[in-house]
Design a protein around this ligand. Structure first.
Ligand SMILES: Nc1ncnc2c1ncn2[C@@H]1O[C@H](COP(=O)(O)OP(=O)(O)O)[C@@H](O)[C@H]1O
Ligand SMILES: [Mg+2]
Length: 319
């Protein structure tokens, strides 16, 4: 049988109340009289920040684990114990709109708080920002971008495109420059390569030796319909709007059918939701203006008629 009171390893006390058949567990945080360590406080802060994101449980777990690993390594060092080589360069794999850039930005912020990065800013770039037009130009361009990212995160979107052109392509020069700097200035910035899973795997296969330089590989799965609905509600609330019940229903039905149509295809997830909401806010504005309706409730509410969906959801980001 459970002990009535036991101290959990996270410093919380859990009390189990036995009322005959009914069993309840009450978490009593206030019982902890010991002052929590700053490292633990920061972990709680990191958890709070991460919890603003819908889903992504695996991503959240990995980020907390990396943080714990860094802190423990620092402690081990203080005791003269061996520490693992800490390479924090990462690879993010997933479809568009699955939160890769959002998470990268958050990691920058959190790692800055934890003193792992001196600035924590995010420099986002793609092939065209790195690759030049003549020999030597690419190395220079890439070095300039790295310089901007020092103290923070260098996030390269669609990184597989650097490996597309083969041996003669200047993309290779960009990769070589990146590899050199990610080793030489290992603790000064974090490099994150992002892109579709399949393309990133192909890219790694063509560039053996690259994979071992990215010990942290994170998969960003597509969101479920319910997760997309949560993201929609969150985005709408942030802009001080609400979806009417009917609008919610219409959006959910639409998402179900889009996901059925696209199974395995390239649905742009959170970005699609953002586009739908931005478009519906403009449609609502036009409706209110023509109806001459300006009550607070009217101004707040996005109705089903305000939700306009694209004919082809795969090309939605184009308009
Ligand atoms: N888990 C999430 N919770 C809340 N909003 C999200 C989440 N994932 C993505 N979004 C939103 O969806 C949009 C696209 O996300 P982004 O990070 O740019 O995706 P990616 O970089 O993978 O293309 C952004 O507006 C972002 O705020
Ligand atoms: Mg992105």
């Amino acid at each position: 049988m459970d002990q009535p009171i036991r101290l959990k390893n996270n410093g919380q006390i859990s009390i189990t109340l036995n009322h005959r058949a009914k069993k309840e567990t009450v978490e009593v945080k206030e019982f902890v009289t010991e002052v929590a360590s700053p490292e633990y406080e920061l972990l709680k802060e990191i958890e709070q920040e991460l919890n603003t994101l819908v889903g992504l449980e695996e991503v959240k777990r990995i980020i907390k684990e990396i943080y714990a690993w860094i802190i423990i390594n620092q402690k081990r060092e203080q005791h003269g114990l061996k520490t693992g080589k800490q390479v924090l360069h990462m690879m993010f794999k997933g479809n568009p709109g699955t939160g890769k850039t959002t998470v990268a930005r958050l990691i920058g912020k959190l790692f800055h708080k934890a003193n792992i990065l001196s600035k924590g800013h995010l420099v986002e770039c793609e092939r065209a920002d790195l690759v030049g037009e003549y020999i030597g130009h690419t190395a220079q361009k890439t070095r300039d971008v790295i310089k901007k990212a020092i103290g923070g995160i260098l996030f390269i979107d669609e990184a597989y495109s650097l490996g597309r052109g083969g041996e003669k392509d200047f993309g290779k020069e960009a990769i070589d420059t990146l590899v050199k700097h990610m080793e030489d200035r290992q603790h000064e910035f974090i490099l994150i390569l992002a892109g579709y899973s399949r393309e990133m795997d192909g890219f790694l296969a063509l560039n053996p030796g690259l994979e071992s330089r990215f010990p942290i590989i994170i998969e960003f799965p597509d969101y479920s319909v319910e997760q997309l609905m949560k993201i929609a509600r969150k985005m709408v609330a942030e802009k001080e709007y609400v979806l009417s019940e009917e609008a919610e229903r219409k959006l959910r039905d639409h998402l179900i059918s889009v996901k059925l149509q696209m199974h395995g295809g390239r649905f742009s997830n959170g970005r699609y939701i953002r586009n739908v909401i931005e478009k519906s806010i403009r449609t609502q504005a036009m409706r209110l203006l023509t109806e001459n309706q300006y009550s607070k409730q009217d101004l707040l509410t996005l109705r089903a008629t305000d939700l306009v969906f694209p004919k082809d959801p795969t090309t939605f980001s184009l308009y």
